[in-house]
Design a protein around this ligand. Structure first.
Ligand code: KG4
Ligand code: ZN
Length: 342
């Protein structure tokens, strides 16, 4: 039997996205961002996001079908993010998906957005279950053992900020441009990571939970002390602060990954694999540290391409396909869930 062609919809935050997949083959993946709509407000405004999704979702679908060079009638199933996320946006997607599924007489499947992220290494690299996953972005930070499309064990996660958020705040405090991750990484490149003593939060506590908000407080204190002592911040100070901060995030992520790997390997997986996904995975210092950890333990290391790590609908279509293959479909009672833990 040929692989089903699945149309995926994603509208849970500030990206309006549609994609068409045939199995693991991405026929099209359209992502329409809303950054400029929210820029003046310093964060995503739910009401503005919902309105933009409602306006753009059908355009995203039209474009995704055009790029896949397929008529709507060729679609075998509709997958849609049904949560977690901003309720207005999720509702827009779910309503459109219900309409399309009813009109076409094709199955509908509601997908958990986090499951979409967590299954991405299967879409991009065909990883076998179970694998260990670290999701690190501006909004997420958690360790998951992924055993199936609905079977996840959460080993731990951040108890406050996500690491990307911490990078962004650091850049803001030091007058560097957004997004903060790449600017902080560039500033840190040839700087001294040992000059400023940043804490290594939660390393004294057992388990895989993480914390990053203390790093920001430490940075603020160091910055203010320098400004007071010398009337301003020299470029070398700024760069050393970036390097110290980045080293702290790297060390904390590395130690917690070491613990998560030990828990994962205790299950004796047949083909041990680790995947890192999310914007922060682009950081060379962090990625390098985790890559060597995996190499030491004989665990394959994977990092899906960034465009599939950030919010997109290809991951939703893919996850929907796995659910369908297991006979999971949703009916017209499918509801939008602002909160939906894995
Ligand atoms: O996955 P992502 O694009 O989206 C959301 O979380 O929505 O992640 C974006 C985050 C931003 O906070 C950005 O500063 C961070 O990923 N980031 C980085 C780097 N590139 C992007 N953080 C550290 N180092 C980088 N090179
Ligand atoms: Zn996301």
């Amino acid at each position: 039997m040929p692989e089903p062609i699945i149309l995926g919809l994603e509208s849970s935050c500030d990206d309006t996205a549609a994609a068409v997949l045939r199995g693991r083959e991405i026929l099209s993946s359209v992502v329409m961002g809303q950054t400029e709509l929210h820029a003046a407000f310093g964060g995503v405004v739910p009401e503005i996001a919902a309105r933009a999704h409602a306006e753009k979702l059908d355009l995203a679908v039209e474009q995704a079908l055009a790029e896949a060079d397929l008529p709507l009638s060729e679609i075998d199933a509709i997958a849609v993010t049904a949560g977690p996320g901003l309720i207005g946006g999720v509702l827009s997607g779910v309503m459109l998906a219900k309409g399309l599924a009813t009109g076409l007489g094709k199955p509908l499947v509601g997908v958990n957005h986090l499951a979409g992220h967590a299954l991405t290494p299967r879409l991009t690299d065909g990883l076998a279950y179970p694998y260990l996953m670290l999701l690190v972005s501006g909004g997420h930070c958690q360790f998951l053992i992924v055993r199936g499309p609905e079977d996840f064990t959460r080993l731990g996660g951040t108890i406050d900020d996500a690491p990307g958020e911490a990078f962004d705040k650091t850049a803001r405090l030091l007058g560097l441009p957004q997004p903060g991750g790449p600017s902080v990484e560039t500033a840190a490149r040839d700087a001294d990571e040992t000059r400023f003593k940043f804490p290594r939060p939660l390393l004294d506590r057992e388990g895989c939970d993480l914390s990053f908000s203390g790093l920001k407080t430490a940075l603020l204190r160091m910055r203010d002390k320098l400004v007071e002592a010398q009337g301003g911040l020299h470029e070398a100070d700024r760069d050393d602060l970036c390097a110290g901060f980045q080293a702290a995030v790297r060390d904390v992520l590395a130690e917690k990954t070491r613990r998560a790997l030990a828990l994962y390997l205790a299950d004796a997986p047949a083909v041990p694999a680790f995947a890192i996904a999310g914007g922060v995975a682009a950081n060379r210092a962090i990625r390098g540290a985790l890559e060597s950890l995996c190499a030491e333990r004989g665990v394959a290391f994977t990092a899906p391409p960034l465009r599939l790590c950030t919010d997109n609908a290809a991951m939703i279509a893919y996850a929907g396909g796995e659910l369908l293959a297991e006979g999971e479909t949703s009916d017209m009672a499918l509801s939008a869930r602002p909160r939906w833990p894995l």
